[in-house]
Design a protein around this ligand. Structure first.
Ligand SMILES: Nc1nc2c(ncn2[C@@H]2O[C@H](COP(=O)(O)OP(=O)(O)O[C@H]3O[C@H](CO)[C@@H](O)[C@H](O)[C@@H]3O)[C@@H](O)[C@H]2O)c(=O)[nH]1
Ligand SMILES: [Mg+2]
Length: 219
């Protein structure tokens, strides 16, 4: 994506404001904006009616950077997948010192999911993709992060590579594009070389649905 900040919370509609909530278990008592920069960090104070009928008051912080999209690009003739490798600072601060291996993904940045996905595939992978197949839209960290990721798969062939990819240098992106044999990609989950959950979800989806052959991946 470009360096513009993601969508702001108004994309949720007007129900998440004090005193107004369609779920009658919940009353939002107050909200406090803690940060409004790249992402939006908000502290809500809410009262929650438990199943027993008693009411509890507590606070919850939400971090909103907008929603995202991710895609597994696969070539079923050559039995390979196309992945990225890039520096991830939030992983670095947890002590992880290697670049992360991931499927292509990015924030929607005001586009619909399929449009955003095509844009990211062009920028990051240098691929002009044909048909893409939606799989579902899932919360990745629902206890604190509002982001939902729209998942896709897409078949590609070497002829669809129209550029080197690599992402946007002006945004600090430096993305390596890696073609990996599918059984090897599955082994990379098992031995910890792949640590990104959206990538693991998509590779396992491809195995379960038989998009590619798992022969040679071991147990
Ligand atoms: N200025 C600024 N830029 C940021 C910040 N955080 C990220 N960026 C930049 O914003 C761009 C985001 O690139 P995308 O390709 O759209 O997103 P992503 O970082 O690959 O991944 C996002 O979407 C994924 C969904 O597939 C998510 O899984 C991932 O966590 C992240 O939200 C990158 O250029 C990145 O450097 C920040 O705090 N400040
Ligand atoms: Mg990205």
């Amino acid at each position: 994506m470009t360096g513009t900040p993601p969508d702001k919370p108004d994309r949720f509609g007007d129900e998440v404001v004090p005193g107004k909530c369609p779920d009658d278990r919940i009353t939002i008592l107050s909200t406090r904006l803690l940060a409004n920069d790249w992402g939006v960090l908000t502290r809500y104070t809410l009262s929650y009616r438990r199943r027993s009928g008693t009411t509890q008051v507590f606070t919850r912080e939400t971090y909103d950077r907008g929603d995202g999209a991710a895609i597994l690009l696969y070539d079923d003739e050559r039995q390979v997948v196309l992945l990225t490798r890039q520096f991830r600072f939030p992983a670095y601060v947890t002590g992880h010192r290697e670049d992360l291996i991931e499927v292509c993904g990015g924030l929607l940045d005001h586009d619909d999911p399929a449009t955003a996905m095509r844009r990211e595939v062009g920028e990051e992978m240098g691929v002009e993709i044909g048909e893409i197949t939606p799989i579902g839209c899932y919360y990745m960290s629902p206890g604190s992060v509002t982001e939902r990721i729209h998942f896709f798969t897409g078949a590609y062939r070497p002829g669809m590579r129209i550029g080197p990819g690599g992402g946007l240098e002006g945004e600090g992106e430096e993305i390596d594009v890696m073609e990996v044999a599918f059984p090897e990609a599955l082994r990379m989950i098992g031995d910890g070389r792949i640590l990104d959950a959206k990538t693991i979800l998509l590779l396992q989806h491809a195995a379960i649905k038989g998009l590619l052959s798992v022969r040679g991946a071991g147990r």
